[in-house]
Design a protein around this ligand. Sequence first.
Ligand SMILES: C[S@@+](CC[C@H](N)C(=O)[O-])C[C@H]1O[C@@H](n2cnc3c(N)ncnc32)[C@H](O)[C@@H]1O
Length: 415
Amino acid sequence: MERKDKKYKFTNKENYEDYSSGRVLYGAPNATNFPVRFSSEIFQRCNDYLSKKGKQGPYTIYDPFCGIGYSLSVMSFLHGSDIKSIIASDVDKTMIEFAEKNLSLLTIKGLNTRIEELQGFIEKYKKDSHKESLESAYRLKEKLVEPIGLQIFQFNILTNEPLLDFVKNIDIVIADLPYGKLTNWEDVENESNPTQRFLDKVRDRLSKESIVAVSFNKKQKVEYEGFNKIKAFTLGKRKVLLLEPIKFEMKTVDVVELYSDLENLGIKVWIDGGWGVDALLGKQIREHQDLDIAINQKDVEPLLKTLTKLGYRELKKDNDHNFVWADNFGHGVDIHAFITDKNGSIIGGIMYPNESLTGLGTINAHSVRCISAKYMIEFLAPWLNKHPHKYLEAISALCKKFKIEYPIEYIKFTK
Ligand SMILES: C[S@@+](CC[C@H](N)C(=O)[O-])C[C@H]1O[C@@H](n2cnc3c(N)ncnc32)[C@H](O)[C@@H]1O
């Protein structure tokens, strides 16, 4: 029996020639080819970590630097039964075209097309190498586990643009960071720490138990604020970091502290969202990942200055009126800014009805401004069908306490 390489825990040296780039999988002139064993080892380490945490596969994987989709394709052929869906993006259009071709091989239809193509090459060129490729293609076909969901798109992970909506509930992020001449970082002119930027971008798209595997050139310095290191190891020339996100949670003490700090500085905010409900009820009925606040746009600048001093930074920006700031310890604030005219009426930004900003609540015996009960119920009701576990109890408790009629959505849902 072959002895396992010390650094490789889950894989042996095997013959991986069926997966060689250019054989069945497509190769591209400017693309890197990672050893098959490397990709397989990383996937299995992630799988092992999640399984031990009690989260069994199949998993959703996102690779924001997918290149030609080589690592993803190889992982899927080797571990397809543990993969539910694959989301792949890259900044480079040509890379994405190749990724589409390679990942299409994970479907019977795509692989049959490749088989026909190889058969055509054999007839035309009569080369042994094409015959070998065809044999590999047949062997890969036997390994196919359909269906794996596929989403492939061109995307610069460093932009301010939000990630597409379907990038969510990710269990495993695979990130072969750009390095060297072949695969440089794109668009880093204004970015001193691109890796941190990428980690910030994916942080709120991860599922409850998730893992991020970052591999990089040994010379690169990688920071990972907001994440804990699970393990670091070296495989060949690449260093690998396995990271887990620090869980987001805004506890009572965090909310009271932040609200009091802002109040002392004369920065007026209204508590919205889950904490708004709990403030109105005067008790916490569920845990909250973040604190939603409404604020006048003119107060945003002092708010952000204060948050910066407290160690927060921008995590996500939907637009100038809605953005999320977070620190590295799992605290997050979702900011909703409205614009008023000289009379104080709301005329832009997040269009809160004027009367909605009249609520008063208590959090841990501290009095706070919040959305009024009537509007809170109105805001939550349309979401009841989608998130009943979150909103059923909240709406019912608010209606009871404030003697407000149950909304139609609640009546329909509970019928
Ligand atoms: C090391 S390669 C990844 C190779 C990939 N694992 C594969 O199997 O083909 C890094 C990739 O990062 C991409 N990249 C560079 N800057 C980027 C950015 N700002 N956003 C997204 N992708 C980027 C490059 O185009 C390159 O394809």
